[in-house]
Each structure stands twice: as C-alpha cells, then as structure tokens.
Ligand binder design. Structure first.
Ligand SMILES: *Cc1c(COP(=O)(O)O)cnc(C)c1O
Length: 471
C-alpha cells in the first residue's frame, strides 16, 4: 500500500514512512492510495475473531511494509484485557430499542483515544528500534489526546513528548492526569490561548522542515494516519456486536471535533462494512454540522471558538476533514488544494451548489448539534432511565442520535470518555460526583509539573531545541 497527499504533492510513500507524521510536505494530509474492499464472506469470518486478530486483518493491507508476524505481535501486546479492562476491548452495552453504546473508554486515560494511542506507542517503539532513531513528539491537546499520548509514550526509549494544552481550559481531572506525570521524557506546556492556538503552533513547527528534521519532530495529533486506522477496527467490532446478520444496515453516531473518529467510520464504510448512517454530532462549535447541513465550511476564528462543557469538541476547524473532502471530490488533489487555499484566504469554502455536495448522502453522513442544556438533559435522562452516567461528549452523541433514528436500524453511539474526566458537568447535571474507577482515586491531589508559555512559535522551538540533542 502506498500513501499519497490529499493535495496531490507527495511522492508515494509506505506505511513506515508516514507513521511518524501525518502532514504531507505540500501541507495536505496523507491518505492511502485506495481502501481495500472486504466482501460479506470475509466479514462473516472477521466476525468470529477476537479484537487483536480483527485488528490484524484490518491493518495488514494498510501496513504492508511491516512483517505480518511483527504486526500481529504488536497488536496482541496492545489489545489486552489488562490495559482495556475486558477481553472484548470495546464492548457494546445495549440500551434497548435498538440503541447501543460502544464502550471505548476503558483504557489507561478513560477516553477512546487510548484505543489508537496505545497501538501508536508500540508501533513507534518498534520502528524507532528497527531504524536506530529517536523521535520527539510535538502535540496539541484540548485534554484527551495529550493524556492518551503521554500514557502511551511514557518511559518509551528514544521518545520525548512535548504536549501543548490550552492553559486553564481542561477539566481538573484531565489536568491532573497529564500534569502529574513524572516521567523524564514527558514535557507539558500550558499555552495561554485556546486549543487552536496550540494546534497552529504545532503546525508551524511541522511546516519548518529544517527544524523538523534536525530535531526529529513527529506528531500524534488526530491527523496521524495510524491513529485513524486503529480506530477503523472498532467500527467493525461494533457492527459485529449488534448486527444479527452480515449485510444488515447499522448506523453510528459519533461525538466529533477534529473529525478523526468519524473519519474512521467513513473508512470502514468505504471498505465495505454495511454502515447505514454516520451521524456527526457536534457541540455549540458546530462548524461540521453547518457543513453537513449546507455545504458551507466556515472555519471559525479563535475568538469565535466557544468554551463548552464538552471541551474535547471545542474546535474551530476540523483537522481531519480534508481527508473526507478528498474522497468527496473523487480524490482530486488539485481541487482540494484550491479549496484549502480559499479557506486560508477567505476563512471558508462553500460546496453547497457543487455536484459533490449532492453525493454527501451517498456517503451516509448526517449531522446534528447539541448544546449545554441538551447535554445536561441527556445526562439526566440516561441516569434516570438506564442508571447509566455518561460523559458530556457521549451525551452530545446520544442527544443528536435520537433525531436520526430509523425503525429497524440499530444505532450505535460511540462512548468517547468516562464521566469522571468531566466531574464539574456531572455535578451540574446530577448534583453528585461521578463514580471514580478503581486506581484513579486521589489523582487530583498529586503534585503537578508543567510550563506556561505564550502562543509563540519561536519560544516553543527554543524550548524543544534546549531539550533535544538534534543532529
Ligand atoms: C477527541 C475527543 C472527541 C472528538 O474526536 P475527534 O476524533 O477529534 O472528532 C470527542 N470526545 C472526546 C471525549 C474526545 O476526547
């Protein structure tokens, strides 16, 4: 399998070449040259596999330059009951009436991002040891990515993590998870700005190719292809858990921010998984909902990005979205380039009148938006009706899903985090503390270690350079 850029400018590269990055040299995102197709007979076989074996089947045609035995071993080491709480790894909880919750949040940091990041940690370690090189990971997080990355990379040889987070904009629990880490290879940078400032800083550094190469900079942001790929697996697993027979249409609803999670669903669908609808759920930062309703993609200014009670979805532009648009435009890199130039110059593009937009329905996409009040109501309703406390992001998904239910079509909502990470909102909704899973008690009381920084790229580069050997 070769990888290309969404803007057409990358020499074809293989999985190992793109594993540590995500952004192509021409500013586009790397994508596989095609999606391997899976027929119903193969799906029937895959249905019987345990999680690591299923993951192997999904990944092997994308990571063709890794020896299959090595890939199999890395997957078996990653997806264990010890790390993810159960041998199912991503179990499904059925709530009755064809509504299901795909539980993705039982990894080390209690959010779905662990599912991909734990694998990334193994893959990075493997290729770095193989190539005798080092990696300095530069990332931006609004909370969950950073902790998932740090818990996947802590103590790993040859890897340092520099994680930018918006100062004061994460939950107490998220801050505690990240900032309490003591591992000498983990550096937390609290940026005085919003998440998009952090993401822009990472992008600027990545765009400085000389710096990037000298300090062996890589990312683990949601644009990392291997992360997206690892997430494709649980759409298959979730489908198999709820479909009574292969071929039955099943819909998924996905709380979305940077469009990484739902993009994985799109890829599973392109591979032939019978997904009926992919419902994109946003919060008040509804740039994606606006696009799927109207065809207008209007990136918001930083000042327009609202701080909400589902903060991991507080984005003004969705970094993975370009990969979907590339498919929507029949993989025309030239057109993607010119749309993203328009986005740069005018802050928006509009496909509303374009024939491409007419094809959206054919890709199964629908969308909806949830507000603080919807979120609180939904948390209360699921507590009352199911005795289930969901986190605010999952609540956004459950809320949006209900307006897209179709008789006889199972709806699988993706659980993206556990409620303990967002205790303030749970208290507001229910008047009580969320349950703390075993092993996480008292984490907020631990000492914290982080550096505050303005949104200044030059300062960030100096900080990184001072802590890396460079070549
Ligand atoms: C990251 C995150 C999201 C958004 O996922 P994307 O892949 O960026 O769309 C939603 N909910 C939670 C809890 C998250 O951590």
């Amino acid at each position: 399998m070769r990888y290309l850029s969404t803007r057409g400018g990358l020499e074809p590269a293989c999985f190992s070449d793109i594993l540590l990055g995500g952004l192509a040299p021409d500013g586009g995102l790397v994508v596989p040259e095609r999606y391997p197709r899976v027929d119903h007979a193969t799906l029937a076989l895959w249905r019987t596999l345990d999680y690591p074996s299923l993951a192997f089947e999904v990944l092997k045609d994308y990571a063709t330059d890794l020896p299959p035995d090595d890939l199999r071993r890395l997957l078996a080491q990653t997806y264990t009951a010890e790390v993810f709480g159960s041998p199912e790894i991503t179990p499904v909880l059925s709530l009755g009436n064809d509504l299901h919750l795909l539980r993705l949040s039982n990894g080390p940091t209690l959010a779905f991002k662990d599912v991909a990041m734990q694998l990334l940690g193994r893959l990075f370690e493997y290729v770095l040891a193989r190539d005798g090189s080092e990696l300095n990971i530069l990332g931006a997080t609004s909370g969950d990515t950073g902790s998932a990355a740090e818990y996947a990379m802590r103590g790993k040889r040859g890897i340092r993590v520099f994680m930018l987070s918006p100062n004061g904009r994460m939950s107490t629990f998220q801050r505690a998870q990240m900032y309490s880490l003591r591992d000498p290879n983990i550096f937390n940078l609290a940026v005085n700005g919003v998440f998009d400032d952090c993401q822009d800083m990472v992008k600027s550094v990545s765009a400085d190719l000389a710096f990037k190469s000298r300090y062996q900079i890589g990312t683990v942001n949601s644009i990392n292809w291997a992360r997206v790929l690892a997430q494709v697996v649980y759409y298959f697993r979730g489908y198999f858990s709820v479909a009574t027979e292969i071929g039955q249409p099943v819909s998924f609803c996905v709380p979305s921010g940077n469009f990484g999670n739902v993009l994985a669903g799109h890829i599973a669908r392109m591979m032939g998984l019978p997904i009926h609808r992919l419902v994109v759920a946003t919060n008040e930062n509804d740039v994606l909902d606006e696009f799927f309703r109207t065809g207008r993609y209007r990136a918001r200014a930083t000042a327009e990005t609202r701080q909400t009670s589902s903060p991991s979805m507080d984005i003004s532009k969705a970094s993975n979205f370009e990969r979907f648009i590339f498919d929507l435009l029949m993989r025309d890199g030239g057109r993607v380039s010119s749309l993203w130039r328009a986005l740069q110059e005018h802050g928006e593009f509009d496909l509303g009148a374009d024939e491409a937009f007419g094809r959206i329905a054919g890709y199964g996409f629908l969308s909806g938006r949830s507000t603080h009040a919807n979120r609180l109501d939904t948390i209360r309703r699921f507590d009352r009706e199911h005795g289930l406390v969901v986190d605010p992001h999952t609540a956004d998904g459950l809320f949006v899903a209900q307006s897209h239910r179709e008789p006889g079509v199972p709806m699988v909502c993706l659980e993206t985090a556990l409620p303990v990470k967002f205790a303030e909102t749970i208290r507001e909704a229910l008047g009580r503390e969320p349950q703390c899973p075993p092993g996480f008690e008292g984490i907020e009381e631990l000492g914290q270690r982080y550096t505050v920084m303005p949104p200044d790229v030059a300062q960030l580069k100096r900080y990184v350079a001072a802590r890396c050997p460079g070549r």
